[in-house]
Design a protein around this ligand. Structure first.
Ligand SMILES: Nc1ncnc2c1ncn2[C@@H]1O[C@H](COP(=O)(O)OP(=O)(O)OP(=O)(O)O)[C@@H](O)[C@H]1O
Length: 262
């Protein structure tokens, strides 16, 4: 298996227009001198608009670091990062806050719902944080998400009154309410049993296929990654492969080969 497939650079490439986010020669190091850790080494890649992309790799390969930098939560040591046409490195703190609030959505393993708010309150939170109420079109979209995600009968319930799968569906709906350019999902099924996890992955897959929602998901789980249109493999801080249409078994075998090559 060739783990060193070269990845085409997106610089000056018309295909860059179809990318919702991209990084070029992205390097991230923590610490200095003997304690220095190179979490990412000259990574160049793009996340395609309207696709569900999984980012996989062994523990410590740099998946979370990549996601945090792409989402504007952390800064690169070197290299460039774009969300759409905006180069993140050129934004000030206030602009970065607005970018995170308006242009990206987040789904975490731990759901991260506000425990004192009911489902409806959690779904309206992104608007509240932005200091506004939803427009009629946005209200219609929230209603649609509530229906599609089966939350209609749970709107006045608080998170602790919901199952794990329901809580994650609320978190997904909350990530989608502002129609962000890109949703980042970090091990979104990590706290769920496998059946519930599959339901949640189907929701993410439908958001990409049905609504053209761009999604980037970090996962260890080959079954989770098999729901994605495309899988990016990281190893030791580098992008080592970029595949589409892989089955869970193929992904599991690939990960095994990576472990053996390490
Ligand atoms: N704040 C930090 N300070 C120092 N080292 C860090 C920090 N964050 C990450 N690292 C190191 O960077 C490397 C990549 O970490 P990262 O969390 O991105 O990997 P990962 O692929 O997401 O791992 P996992 O699958 O275990 O979550 C690891 O060696 C990690 O120890």
């Amino acid at each position: 298996m060739d783990l060193t497939t070269s990845i085409p650079t997106v610089t000056g490439n018309p295909a860059a227009a179809s990318l919702v986010a991209r990084v070029e020669n992205l390097t991230k190091s923590y610490g200095a001198h003997l304690s220095r850790v190179d979490a990412l080494r000259e990574v160049t890649l793009g996340i395609r608009r309207g696709e569900f992309t999984a980012v996989m790799g062994p523990s410590g390969s740099g998946k979370s670091t990549l996601m945090h930098i792409m989402a504007g939560l952390d800064s690169p040591t070197a290299g460039r990062v774009w969300l759409g046409d905006s180069e993140i490195g050129s934004l000030g703190d206030d602009q970065l806050t607005l970018l995170r609030r308006r242009r990206v959505g987040f789904v975490f393993q731990a759901f991260n719902l506000v425990p004192t708010l009911d489902v409806e309150g959690n779904l309206l939170l992104p608007f509240e944080l932005d200091g506004r109420t939803p427009s009629p079109q946005e209200r219609a979209w929230i209603d649609e998400l509530e229906t599609v995600l089966g939350l209609d009968s749970r709107l006045s319930h608080r998170p602790h009154e919901l199952s794990g799968g329901q809580q994650q569906r609320v978190a997904i709906a909350r990530a989608l309410v502002t129609r962000p350019e890109l949703v980042f999902a970090d091990e979104p099924t990590g706290n769920l049993d496998s059946r519930t996890g599959r339901e949640v992955l189907q929701v993410l897959q439908s958001a990409a296929r049905g609504y053209g929602q761009s999604i980037a998901m970090v996962t260890h789980d080959p079954v989770a990654a098999s729901f994605a249109d495309r899988v990016l493999f990281l190893a030791d801080g580098r992008l080592v492969d970029d595949r589409s249409g892989m089955s869970a078994a193929e992904i599991a075998n690939y990960m095994l080969a990576m472990d053996q090559a390490a």
